[in-house]
Design a binder for this molecule. Sequence first.
Ligand SMILES: Nc1nc2c(ncn2[C@@H]2O[C@H](COP(=O)(O)OP(=O)(O)OP(=O)(O)O)[C@@H](O)[C@H]2O)c(=O)[nH]1
Length: 399
Amino acid sequence: MSSVLNAVPVSILTGFLGAGKTSLLNRLLKDPDLTDTAVIINEFGDVSLDHLLVEASSDGIIELSDGCLCCTVRGELVDTLADLMDRMQTGKIKPLKRVIIETTGLADPAPVLQSVMGNPVIAQSYRLDGVVTVVDAVNGLSTLDNHEEAVKQVAMADRLVISKISLATPDAVLSLKARLRDLNPRAAMIDGDLPEAGKAETFHCGLYDPATKIADVGRWLQDEAAADHDHHHDHDGHDHDPDHHRDPDHHHDHGHCGHDHHAHGHHHHDENRHGADIRSFSIVHDRPIDPMALEMFIDLLRSAHGEKLLRMKAIVSMSDKPDRPLILHGVQTVFHAPQRLAAWPDPSDRRTRMVLITKDLPEAFVRDLFDAFTGKPGIDRPDRQALEDNPLAVPGLRM
Ligand SMILES: Nc1nc2c(ncn2[C@@H]2O[C@H](COP(=O)(O)OP(=O)(O)OP(=O)(O)O)[C@@H](O)[C@H]2O)c(=O)[nH]1
């Protein structure tokens, strides 16, 4: 536990070329709460604007006037993170409170996330906190239509900052917001023109509250209304229904994420327009889960379908230690080493909650697999024993 809390949170700042990442970062770095933050600019090739922020220096690390540390990626991202940790441990730089990685606009964010989660050395010192994606209100829709990377950047985000709203027509902004909701119904949308977009809270979307270091599962999973309201970040007029999952009869509530999508007045998860078959859904389960069953479920999911699993976050009630829930966080085939919390953050709610964002992987398939391993009988579906004997028996599983 303590090692997780000591790990430096890493935020990924992404968004398509010219979306406004560097502009936002320049505003954010003026917030005193982001002092002692290292910024890694993960650029390929020179982008002149970024050099305003990151001036050349012999060792790749400079101290900005506002006290932030910046470095450019000269080698691999993993090397840079390891180097930063080494500098902290040897006292060459002050302990960092956060690392922000600004990706190049053309990047698929998944490999960047995986660098943080999947490397055992890095994962000991850092934990992936959240993904903030900047979307340009003027060009966002056409970019999403034409660039698969942009779609992934939105789908994987914990927060969406919409830039250049003042340059776009209100109708264009509404259409963009509806599209973003389709792709990612959970991420809070922040109007980039508002002052709060430039505050440190924009990055506070991980499991742990940075001030208290206490796990905030509701905010992390984005399933509860309080998360967005507390941070005054949800400016898109969406209602949230925090009691939605509390009905015990709905423990296999199909895909509702607790958000009411007024922007287009119907549920998001069946709406995958524009060819991007990206879905976001949650699985809620009332009974503690056998650790072996969970392991098999995750192993099967990621080994057979990892590429289609854009993101998975979960708090899981485990039958071996029901008082200590397990936290899972994965991107495609790579998962953070699972952690146990010391206790349930909200003792009145001890249900397993999983949030999955998938591409070309039907919700019903994942749900069936989960049901098979958690012992829910199903017609035309092998049970856990059959799957353990022959994983290829999963309906729809093709290898
Ligand atoms: N009016 C307005 N202009 C913006 C806003 N955000 C960014 N810009 C402008 O858009 C252009 C691109 O912004 P950058 O911050 O460089 O975008 P970026 O995403 O870092 O761009 P790359 O690094 O090239 O991918 C610049 O000319 C900015 O001044 C905004 O919210 N409003």
